[in-house]
Design a protein around this ligand. Structure first.
Ligand code: PEP
Length: 246
C-alpha cells in the first residue's frame, strides 16, 4: 500500500503535469493499493485524469468530519463516498498539532467512517518523546482510540515519527520494523475483533531510501508527503514497492 498525502499543495496545472509524469514513469502492477489524498477541491479533476490515463490509483482524502449538517467548513464521509473516494487519513500529526485534534475526535472519526471507506490512522512520537525513549508509550496512547472497536479488515496504521516528517531524518529500517511489529501487536490485542493491520511507514520517504524500508517484514507500504508531489518520484517509489525498479 502506497499513499500520497499532498497536504495543502497543488493546483490545476500541477495535477495535469503530475498525472502525465506519473503515467510516463510507473510500471503497471497488480495487487498494490496505490492512493492519493489531494486537497478536496482537486478530487474530481484528479479522478478524471486518472480515468483518462487508465491509472490504477485510488483517490482519498486527508481528513474527514464526524457528521453532516450544520458543521460549517466540514466534509462528511457520505460526501467523499459520493465522489468515489476510497479512503481517508485520520489523526495526521499536522491535524493534531495545528488543528488541536485530540484522541477523542480521532476516535469519533474512526467510528463515523466505519467500513464506508478505508481508514489510515496516523500515529507517531515527537523528537522530544523519541529522545526521552517514550515512543512506545506515546504510540500506545494514540492507539488507545481503537480500544474495544470492531475494525474493518482494511484498517491501516501509518507510523509517522513527527521528527521525521519533512526533515530528511528517519529512524533506521530496523527500528521502523520493530515499531511496526509493536503497533500490529497493540492493535491486535486492543481491537475487539483482533485485527492485525497493515502498517505503513511515513516520514521523509523518497525514491532513494524507500527500498531499505520496504525490505522490512513488518513494513506494508508507505505514506509519502514531499516526494509524492512529483509524479515521477512517486511513480519511482511505487515501482520500487512492486519490485520493478530499473
Ligand atoms: C507526511 O506528512 O505524512 C509525510 C510523510 O511527509 P514527508 O514524506 O514529506 O516527510
Amino acid at each position: 500500500m502506497i499513499i500520497a498525502n499532498w497536504k495543502c499543495n497543488g493546483s490545476k496545472k500541477m495535477i495535469q503535469d503530475w498525472s502525465k509524469h506519473y503515467k510516463d514513469t510507473y510500471i503497471p502492477f497488480k495487487n498494490t493499493f496505490v492512493g492519493i489524498a489531494p486537497p478536496y477541491i482537486y478530487v474530481e479533476q484528479l479522478i478524471n485524469l486518472i480515468n483518462a490515463y487508465d491509472l490504477d490509483i485510488e483517490i482519498g482524502v486527508q481528513d474527514i468530519d464526524i457528521s453532516s449538517g450544520a458543521r460549517t467548513g466540514a466534509i462528511s464521509v457520505d460526501m467523499i463516498q459520493d465522489i468515489e473516494c476510497q479512503f481517508t487519513i485520520v489523526g495526521h500529526s499536522e491535524r493534531r498539532t495545528i488543528f488541536d485534534e485530540s484522541n477523542e475526535s480521532v476516535s469519533a472519526k474512526i467510528d463515523s467512517v466505519g467500513n464506508k471507506v478505508e481508514t489510515i490512522l496516523c500515529v507517531g512520537e515527537s523528537a522530544k518523546e523519541n529522545n526521552d525513549k517514550e515512543t512506545r508509550n506515546i504510540l500506545e496512547d494514540q492507539l488507545s482510540v481503537i480500544e474495544g472497536k470492531v475494525l474493518p479488515s482494511s484498517f491501516s496504521v501509518a507510523y509517522e515519527p513527527v521528527w521525521a516528517i519533512g526533515t530528511g531524518n528517519t529512524p533506521t529500517p530496523e527500528e521502523i520494523n520493530d515499531i511496526h511489529k509493536f503497533i500490529k501487536d497493540v492493535v491486535q490485542s486492543s481491537s475487539e475483533n483482533s485485527i492485525v493491520p497493515n502498517v505503513l511507514y511515513g516520514g521523509s520517504v523518497n525514491d532513494a531510501n524507500a527500498e531499505s524500508f520496504f525490505k522490512q517484514d513488518n513494513v506494508n507500504g508507505a505514506l509519502i508527503g514531499g516526494a509524492s508531489l512529483q509524479g515521477k518520484s512517486f511513480a519511482n517509489i511505487v515501482n520500487i514497492f512492486n519490485g520493478k525498479a530499473i
